[in-house]
Design a protein around this ligand. Structure first.
Ligand code: URA
Length: 467
């Protein structure tokens, strides 16, 4: 199923390399454009470890400082894709293989209901997802709160699950875009993560290696997002869409707000439960809106429907009639969850904590003044939960799946002093009074007229995706 298409590796002498890389770094540092051959030499050297780490770091900083144009970004992405395995699907799936990527948010559990909903609409969904790092949660961590669920699937198992179920959610294998692992770790160490061409090539190389028919991107902006404002989110979305198109992919993006958490739950186990509730047709409205919108976009992009409205209707239908839940049930079982656990989670009136681990302690905090709930600061909430054990400082660190928060109020809701607004689930470390003070600063109460009524999904790129 997989294909190894390494780009041609030009064998260079040590002397040639000693001269070449300082020259390339200087060229980029001085604001010049790198040629296709030069970018290829750089990526190949990263792949084959024939360049010093200090030189990679210097090149990353030069790119961070000077940027790359759309042509250079495209070549960098293409070379990264072909530095490893490229997935390859049966001919009869042509036009049906889809995925979505989110730039990361607090409470973002969209992938869990979206993958089975798309499978229920006849798509093939090989979701290769990530773990959470720092304050953002990861799809894989949410799924791993379900006993038995395995995110490690061989290429053959992946193909089998895609055939039998239509969707699977797995971790990235070692052989898919190996250069991204090297570059990402060095970007972290050299403060060069926040670079448009480097983010674009990192995201699009991994998606390009999945050989998708269509990809939808959820580019978030706001206090708890990678992009703090809509302008930078638009620039990122445009760069991702342009690079995807140059690679011959069908890519669309939506820009969505990320100030308050998505849904009512934050934390791995709680988010898994909320995602399953969504599959039972009982999801919170903002989560439902994102699942329906992103799914609708993909159905339109692969021409399963003519308009976004009819795509959304299809996704809503499979969420309401239980077809998406059936796909989720089959996916859980195919990825290792025991039948009794699956049945217990998917029962209409499930007692989730009969199979999922519940945190030992729970505490409700009360609002300290009356008024309208204007915002729940997702970043502040996530940072407290991170300290309580939801997140990792470094890849590989352990996390506590059962830690999390349930929001007991909705944006726009009127509250009076003393109303409970959040229930924190915690174990060790304990919820200290200092953390409680930070949490109390996360809820913003004010006048109803000050409520931000901007739509959750604000913009589509390209703009005709919306029609
Ligand atoms: N996600 C990625 O995979 N890479 C980046 O550079 C940023 C977000």
């Amino acid at each position: 199923m997989t294909q190894l298409v390494l780009s041609e590796y030009r064998i260079m002498s040590d002397h040639e390399q000693q001269v070449l890389f300082p020259e390339l770094i200087k060229k980029k540092r001085d604001g010049d454009r790198l040629t296709e051959g030069e970018i290829r030499d750089f990526v190949n050297a990263v792949r084959h470890q024939t360049i010093q780490e200090s030189q990679i770091g210097a090149m990353l900083m030069a790119v961070w400082y000077r940027g790359m144009d759309a042509g250079e970004t495209h070549i960098l992405t293409q070379e990264m894709i072909h530095s490893g395995e490229v997935l390859c699907w049966p001919q009869e799936w042509a036009g049906l293989v889809v995925d979505k990527h989110s730039t990361g948010g607090v409470g973002d559990k969209v992938s869990l209901p979206l993958a089975p909903a798309l499978a229920a609409c006849g798509c093939k969904v090989p979701m290769i997802s990530g773990r959470g790092l720092a304050h953002t949660g990861g799809t894989l961590d949410k799924l791993e709160s379900i006993p038995g669920f395995s995110i490690h699937q061989s290429a053959e198992q992946l193909r089998h699950i895609m055939e039998a179920v239509g969707c699977c959610i797995v971790g990235q294998t070692e052989s898919l875009v190996p250069t991204d692992k090297v570059l990402y770790a060095l970007r972290d160490a050299t403060s060069t993560v926040d670079s448009l061409p480097l983010i674009t090539s990192s995201i699009m190389s991994k998606k390009g290696a999945e050989s998708l028919s269509a990809l939808v991107l959820d580019v978030k902006y706001g206090k708890a997002a990678l992009s703090q404002d809509i302008k930078s989110a638009r620039a990122l979305a445009q760069s991702l869409v342009t690079t995807g198109s140059r690679l011959g992919m069908c890519v669309g993006a939506v820009l969505s707000r990320m100030d308050s958490p998505i849904g009512h739950c934050v934390g791995n186990t709680l988010e898994a439960i909320e995602a399953i509730e969504c599959l039972k047709g009982r999801g919170p409205s903002d989560l439902l809106e994102l699942v329906i919108c992103l799914g609708g976009c993909l159905l339109k992009m692969i021409s399963k429907v003519d308009t976004l409205a009819s795509g959304k209707e299809e996704i809503r239908r499979v969420l309401e009639n239980g077809e998406a839940l059936s796909k989720f049930r089959a996916m859980l079982q195919a990825q290792g969850t025991a039948a009794e656990v699956v049945e217990s989670l998917c029962a209409t009136d499930s007692d989730y904590f009969s199979v999922l681990k519940r945190a030992k302690f729970r505490k409700e905090l009360e609002v300290q003044e009356g008024g309208t709930v204007l915002e729940v600061d997702a970043m502040a909430l996530a940072q407290v939960l991170y300290k309580l054990g939801t997140g990792r400082a470094q890849a590989g660190d352990p996390i506590n799946h059962s830690v999390g928060a349930e929001l007991l109020v909705r944006l726009g809701q009127r509250v009076v002093r003393g109303d409970p607004w959040v229930r924190i689930h915690y174990e060790t470390p304990a919820l200290t009074s200092e953390l409680e003070t930070i949490l109390q600063g996360a809820i913003v109460i004010g006048k109803e007229g000050d409520l931000n009524t901007t739509a959750l999904v604000t913009e589509f790129i390209p703009s005709d995706l919306e029609n």
